[in-house]
Write a protein that binds this ligand. Structure first.
Ligand code: CP3
Length: 352
């Protein structure tokens, strides 16, 4: 579909940005950098704004969501903003009783574990995305030529919260459902696919210049289970977004053996975690896919010399790929010193 005439990719404001061009496979003179979880707890100005406001309430207040999205842009000179929200926001908008418990993550009051539970789920009406559209309008008015990235959770990662009721490493209820009631599993993931696609689509139409699908926990599945129980649903999400003229980044952790399949569901750019060097990821993917990543978040706490050497190594290995957007190999740890991030961005931009 054609984007609205005020969209920054239609007016041309973000079309020539380093981020948009690198995602399309161009090697830019200066590399673009943004950081997963750049908007959030590592920033004192974020913690101040969030005082007394629950996480999901802050996501649904356009003034707050816009301000938090813009904070890292003002502070670090990164090349893209990521929309401040959470992967569970579309679940909440669809009526699921979900909260984010500080220090824990999403918690769901009544997990979806039976056919009867599943039947209580309602579809997400795009008209219910008002707070998201309003926030994004405020954001792109201030961003100018800096692109905004929209995002959502992939069906598997989202369903792992919906079914387990909260964060879980072993995913016992999900694994039992895959084995014993694959029809219910598939129905639940098909629903999450529709809801998350509606959420991402709303962000792109409202003004995002690229999108990222987070399947953070996909690496907990082996390749065979990923193919059987997760990939078909992620493919449906990507297919529902394919008509939008933006790059589609796909990211998960511990995903070396899944990279080819995660690309194959319809991504155009692969996010690489900190475990797989970029030259190796490039080889695995056949040398044709723009990459994003993959500074090890653990290096944010090391002496500057070691961080600098690591960043230079990431930049060097990234040269093998058709396009490279620098990022961490997972989110910014909350305890990170924001000044280290600012300095690291300057290093990637060749300013130090
Ligand atoms: O800066 C950004 O990247 C934009 C905003 C963003 C958040 N969550 C805000 C947030 C994004 C892109 C996400 C994605 C997200 N949320 C993922 C995928 C990425 C990843 O980290 O793997 C997942 C799995 C979630 C679910 C979720 N939400 C978790 C696991 C947590 C952490 C719980 C904790 O406190 O450690 C959250 C909460 C959350 N989402 C916070 C933020 C800023 C922290 C809330 C706070 O300030 O207390």
């Amino acid at each position: 579909m054609n984007l609205p005439s005020a969209h920054p990719l239609v007016t041309g404001k973000t079309t020539n940005s380093a981020l948009v061009r690198s995602y399309l496979g161009e090697k830019t003179e200066t590399k673009a950098i943004w950081l997963m979880r750049q908007a959030g707890r590592s920033l004192p100005e974020y913690r101040k704004l969030r005082e007394g406001v629950a996480m999901l309430d802050s996501c649904l207040r356009p003034d707050l969501a816009a301000e938090i999205t813009l904070q890292p842009i003002r502070r670090h000179n990164v090349d893209a903003a990521i929309y401040f929200s959470d992967i569970v926001v579309p679940l909440k908008l669809a009526g699921v009783d979900v909260e984010i418990a500080p220090g824990i993550g999403p918690v769901i009051d009544k997990p979806i574990r039976t056919r009867a539970d599943f039947e209580t789920l309602e579809e997400l009406d795009p008209d219910g995305l008002g707070p998201i559209r309003d926030a994004i309008q405020l954001i792109i008015a201030e961003l100018g030529e800096t692109p905004l990235i929209g995002f959502g959770g992939a069906p598997f990662t989202l369903a792992s919260y919906l079914i387990e009721g909260g964060p879980s490493k072993e995913l016992p209820v999900s694994r039992a459902m895959m084995a014993n009631d694959p029809d219910l599993w598939n129905d639940i993931l098909a629903w999450t696919a529709r809801v998350t696609a509606t959420f991402i689509r709303g962000q792109v139409i409202a003004g995002a210049s690229a999108l990222q699908l987070f399947d953070s926990w996909a690496g907990r599945l082996g390749l065979e289970d990923y193919r059987k129980f997760a990939a078909p649903h992620s493919k449906n999400v990507m297919a529902a977004l394919e008509d939008l003229p933006v790059s589609r980044v796909h990211f998960g952790v511990h995903t070396r053996e899944l990279l080819v399949d995660m690309y194959g569901v319809g991504a155009t750019v692969m996010g690489v975690d900190y475990e797989t060097p970029l030259d190796e990821a490039n080889r695995i993917l056949g040398g044709t896919v723009p990459l994003q990543g993959n500074i090890n978040p653990g290096f944010m706490f090391k002496p500057w010399d070691e961080l600098e050497a690591h960043v230079r190594d990431v930049l060097e290995r990234g040269k093998s790929a058709p396009g490279h957007v620098v990022n961490l190999g997972h989110g910014v740890p909350p305890e990170t010193d924001p000044d280290v991030i600012t300095k690291m961005v300057a290093l990637v931009h060749g300013e130090i």
